[in-house]
Design a protein around this ligand. Structure first.
Ligand code: PRX
Length: 566
């Protein structure tokens, strides 16, 4: 029997108070996520249980118990306090998937800081944009990424400290602190910041169509939704070995790669290495993974490798498989059933929702290709894009809307109330995705309602790419759109009009691609560049990305006036 039991019965009975009671949230006036992810698990007698088994790319492994997480996160909280950082200060974690990333995340929350996770592959422009916006006070990082941080430091007057977790005795510059989690004096007890349920906790940047990336601000009570969805959707149980393949630079890697599993006292495993089917299967076999939360791009890569590597490994420990981030094709669900004897269960949510809002639940009939049904406690609908009224007709496509009020919903876009307000209409939060609902209440994803590019499950904003492209000496104007890709769903394609004096060439193409990879990230790098004489524009001069995109997807362009959305 799964944790959720009967979906229908849960929907009928559910209220968020029950989820609070289940977690003991607020007992003795305690609301801090950091406490619930470490101290509370130890208080319940599970201090010696493994919290994290980590494996690096060389195969080296390290293990940390919940008591280790408790103590080491105390050490992080202490050093942060000693530097003068306070409740509400933004503290960025900018590391590969090393143990310090997971444990400092808990430590920052314990001292009341707002954790700002940034993907370690981000380049200097991507970093500056997000650190400037958040007025980040400190960064926790490693030597590997210190060069990038040093090069942008002078542009960030608010940044007081850079804490380097692997500096050893190496010389550091002013404002940099060497701090080794394992060598620092052990701090058995600290005063955990006495935050309330509405105190900000995590700030995740996400891309939109226009403007800079936006910081979705979450609060400590988000844990109530993250814990219950981990239990009911991911179906985690006390003896599980849980593997979330997402990087904590993205929301899946924090909501379900740190908070959800640890709030439930679950052992999780982390592989800090690149992808290969054999490596992944060997990892599952070695660590006896039981619950696996991954993404369609990874599943498609595994499908490409076929059944042979599957047959070489013992994957019989796998009990429950879940996917997120992009549409999960029906073929992938059917293939996983053949390969692993278990279907992947699709789940849908966003940085802004903070936790899973629509999903296929264990024990419920899966319809391959459908995202499933709303989580109990979430009121969802598909809305008419003009009136924002729920569409009653089965199968009609509209905008996914959610009734505000669940605990993990973002509370604001950092310093950007205007954009935040635009996400709400007629009492609904508008996700920005299109879907239909069938006669049994299952949601069928159709596509995004904006120009954001979803590549391998990661959202990339065209504006950010276009702004960076304009900094390249050869580029006069540009447009970035998503083009279909059999593995990554979409990849970035850039249309570029060159400045006079520049000649189209393969060398220039490579140079521009590398420029974006370094300045932003490998994900944002255009996989294809098409040089054009000029770009299609609306009467008011706005570049018509949708026209370019439609061509890439072989879609009907139709009435161009509808594309001129300005
Ligand atoms: O477009 C939807 C897509 O990813 C977007 C959210 O991305 P992000 O905020 O980066 O969070 C990703 C992980 C939660 C959504 O607006 N998306 C997410 N899950 C699915 C999906 N598209 C189709 N099917 C899904 N299951």
């Amino acid at each position: 029997m799964s944790n959720i039991g009967s979906y229908e019965a849960r929907v009928k009975d559910f209220n968020w108070k029950m989820a609070e009671v289940e977690l003991g949230y607020g007992n003795n006036g305690k609301y801090n996520i950091g406490y619930y992810c470490s101290d509370r698990i130890c208080e319940m007698g599970n201090g010696t249980k493994a919290a994290l088994t980590w494996e690096g790319y060389t195969g080296e492994t390290k293990q940390y118990t919940f008591d280790d997480v408790r103590i080491y996160s105390n050490s992080f909280a202490t050093i942060l306090r000693e530097t003068g950082l306070e409740i509400g200060d933004r503290i960025c974690v900018f590391m590969d998937r090393i143990p310090e990333l997971y444990i400092s995340f808990v430590g920052i929350l314990k001292m009341g800081g707002i954790v700002q996770p940034l993907f370690s592959a981000f380049g200097e422009d991507a970093l500056v944009m997000r650190l400037e916006d958040a007025k980040t006070k400190a960064i926790i990082s490693t030597r590997k990424h210190l060069g990038k941080v040093r090069r942008i430091r002078s542009m960030l007057p608010e940044l007081l400290w850079v804490i380097v977790v692997d500096a050893g005795d190496r010389p550091l510059e002013r404002g940099e602190i060497a701090f080794s989690m394992e060598q620092a004096p052990k701090v058995d007890t600290i005063e955990i910041a006495n935050v309330g349920p509405e105190t900000p906790s995590v700030l995740h940047y996400t891309s939109g169509t226009t403007g800079k990336p936006k910081g979705a601000l979450h609060v400590h009570s988000s844990i109530v939704a993250q814990a219950i969805t981990s239990k009911w959707v991911l179906d985690v149980r006390p003896d599980d070995i849980y593997w979330c393949t997402a990087d904590p630079g993205w929301v899946t890697g924090t909501s379900y790669g740190i908070i959800g599993p640890w709030a439930n006292g679950i052992t999780q495993v982390v592989l800090d290495a690149g992808f290969s089917a054999n490596k992944w299967y060997a990892f599952i076999e070695k660590h006896k993974v039981t619950v696996w939360y991954s993404a369609p791009t990874a599943i498609r890569l595994l499908m490409k490798e076929g059944l042979e590597p599957v047959s070489k490994h013992n994957l019989s420990t796998l009990r429950h498989l879940i996917s997120v981030g992009e549409p999960l094709n029906a073929e992938a669900v059917i293939w996983s059933e053949k390969a692993y004897g278990k279907p992947f269960h699709d789940s849908y949510w966003q940085t802004e929702t903070g936790s899973i809002v629509i999903s296929n639940y264990p024990g419920m009939k899966i319809k391959p290709g459908s995202m499933g049904r709303p989580f109990p406690g979430i009121t969802a609908a598909v809305l008419n894009p003009k009136t924002y009224e729920p569409i009653q007709t089965v199968g009609t496509v509209g905008l996914i809307g959610l009734k505000p009020g669940w605990p993990s919903m973002f509370r604001m876009y950092w310093d950007n109330k205007e954009t935040y307000d635009k996400k709400f209409h007629n009492g609904w939060y508008i996700c920005g995705d299109r879907s239909s609902i069938d006669s049994e209440g299952y949601y069928w994803f159709v596509g995004r309602d904006d120009d954001v590019i979803n590549t391998a499950g990661h959202l990339v904003g065209p504006f950010e790419i276009e702004s960076a492209l304009l900094e390249h000496p050869s580029v006069a104007e540009s447009a970035a759109v998503g083009k279909p890709d059999p593995i990554n769903m979409e990849v970035v394609k850039a249309f570029i009009a060159l400045k006079p004096g520049f000649v189209r060439s393969d060398d220039l193409t490579m140079d521009i691609m590398n420029y974006i990879r370094k300045r932003l990230s490998p994900l944002a790098m255009p996989q294809e560049i098409e040089f054009v004489d000029s770009l299609p524009k609306t009467r008011s001069g706005k570049i018509m990305r949708r026209l370019l995109r439609a061509k890439e997807w072989g879609e009907e362009i139709g009435d161009i006036s509808t594309l001129e959305n300005d």
